[in-house]
Design a protein around this ligand. Structure first.
Ligand SMILES: Cc1cc2nc3c(=O)[nH]c(=O)nc-3n(C[C@H](O)[C@H](O)[C@H](O)COP(=O)(O)OP(=O)(O)OC[C@H]3O[C@@H](n4cnc5c(N)ncnc54)[C@H](O)[C@@H]3O)c2cc1C
Length: 314
C-alpha cells in the first residue's frame, strides 16, 4: 500500500470540510476502503485519509419521533444484536447479521456499508487495469466478459455491476432516510450510480445517520454461495408500511437495489402461497439476462416468494 497521511477528525463538519478537498478520502471501519487502496484499483489514490471513528456521538441507536435513528458509525453486529432494531426494523437486523463475517461485522459500520463500492471484478481489478464505465470509461467489460454476478435487469449509468450491500434493500423496503451533512435523502434515491461511487453523495458530503421508520413487519433473505462469508448473489427485503402496503426490494440484481412494484401489486389483496408465487413471477417478468447469469432469475423469484411467506408466517 502506498503511504498517506491519517487525520483523526473531531467533528463531522471538520471531516466534511476536509473531504471536499482533492486527494482526501474518509474511512470508517476500513473493511472496504483498505482493500481498494491495497489493490490500487481506483483511478486515483488519496494523499490524506480522514478517520471518522474519532468523532463522538455517531455510534448510537436511539428512538426519535416514531423512528429509529442509527448513527453512521454503528457497527453491523451492533445493529444485528440491537433489541430496538430487531423489534422495529427486523429486516435491517437480519441484513446486517448476514453481511460478511463476524470479524467484518464487528469492524464495518452501517455508513461504510451503504457507501461501499461495487464488487465487480473489472471495476476492482488490481492496478486499475480496466478503466470501465463505472470509472468514466466508455465500456462495461462485463457486457461481453464474465458477467455471472452482474445485473439481470439491465444497465445503469453504462454499468452492469450489481449492488453488493446487504443493508441497502432492507433500508429501501423500510422507507428509510439517509441524513447527510447537507440534506436528507430517501434510501430509494440514495443508491444510484455516481461515477466510482455507489450512491449520490457529492464530494465532501458525508452520511451522518439513518432514520428508519418503526415498522411492525419486515423480513430479509439472502442467497450466497457460502453461508459463512460471502456477498449476496441475490438478496431480498420486504416490509409492510403503516397503510398495510408491502414493499418488495431485490438487491444484487441491478446496480442499485430495485423496488419490485409489479410484485407489490400481486400481494395487494394479502399474502398467501398463491399471491407470493405470483409476486415472485412478477418480479422476474422483465429480466434482461446476460450470457452467464440466467441462473439468478430463479433465485430472485424464489427469494421474493420465500421472504413474503416469512412475513406472514413468523
Ligand atoms: C471479505 C469481505 C466480505 C464482505 N462481505 C459483505 C457482505 O456479505 N455484505 C455486505 O453488505 N458487505 C460485505 N462486505 C463489504 C463491507 O466491507 C462491509 O459491509 C462494511 O459495512 C463496510 O463498512 P466500513 O465501515 O468498514 O467501511 P469503510 O471501508 O471504512 O468505507 C467504505 C466506503 O464508504 C465510505 N464511507 C464510510 N463512512 C462514510 C460516511 N459516513 N459518509 C460518507 N462516506 C463514508 C468510505 O470513504 C469508503 O469509500 C465485505 C467486505 C469484505 C472485505
Amino acid at each position: 500500500m502506498r503511504p498517506f497521511k491519517h487525520i483523526q477528525a473531531s467533528s463531522l463538519e471538520e471531516a466534511a470540510s476536509l473531504a471536499s478537498r482533492e486527494g482526501v478520502m474518509v474511512i470508517a471501519g476500513g473493511t472496504d476502503l483498505l482493500g481498494t487502496l491495497k489493490d490500487e484499483c481506483l483511478p486515483w489514490y488519496p494523499n490524506y485519509i480522514v478517520d471518522l471513528k474519532t468523532i463522538p456521538g455517531l455510534d448510537e441507536i436511539r428512538e426519535e419521533d416514531g423512528a429509529l435513528v442509527i448513527g453512521t458509525l454503528v457497527r453491523l453486529q451492533d445493529i444485528a444484536d440491537s433489541e430496538l432494531v430487531r423489534t422495529h426494523a427486523q429486516a435491517l437486523a437480519e441484513a446486517c447479521g448476514r453481511a460478511a463475517s463476524p470479524t467484518i461485522r464487528n469492524m464495518g459500520t452501517i455508513g461504510g456499508n451503504i457507501c461501499q463500492m461495487h464488487r465487480c471484478w473489472y471495476f476492482r481489478c488490481p492496478d486499475n487495469r480496466f478503466v470501465c464505465a463505472r470509472k468514466g470509461g466508455r465500456e462495461c467489460y462485463a457486457y461481453k466478459g464474465d458477467n455471472r454476478y452482474h445485473s439481470i435487469f439491465g444497465i445503469q449509468g453504462g454499468c452492469l455491476a450489481a449492488s453488493s450491500h446487504d443493508s441497502a434493500p432492507a433500508l429501501v423496503a423500510l422507507g428509510a432516510t439517509v441524513v447527510t451533512t447537507a440534506r436528507e435523502i430517501p434510501a430509494e434515491e440514495f443508491f444510484m450510480a455516481n461515477g466510482c461511487k455507489s450512491h449520490v453523495l457529492e464530494d465532501g458530503e458525508l452520511v451522518k445517520e439513518i432514520r428508519v421508520p418503526k415498522t411492525a413487519a419486515s423480513r430479509f433473505e439472502k442467497f450466497a454461495l457460502r453461508k459463512s462469508i460471502d456477498f449476496p448473489l441475490v438478496n431480498c427485503a420486504v416490509a409492510e408500511d403503516a397503510d398495510g402496503r408491502v414493499r418488495i426490494v431485490l438487491g444484487a440484481c441491478y446496480p442499485s437495489p430495485k423496488r419490485m412494484t409489479e410484485a407489490e401489486e400481486a400481494v395487494r389483496g394479502g399474502i398467501d402461497e398463491k399471491s407470493a408465487q405470483a409476486a415472485g413471477d412478477a418480479a422476474v417478468a422483465n429480466v434482461m439476462v446476460l450470457s452467464r447469469n440466467e441462473y439468478k432469475v430463479e433465485i430472485a423469484r424464489t427469494l421474493v416468494k420465500r421472504t413474503l411467506l416469512r412475513l406472514v408466517s413468523e
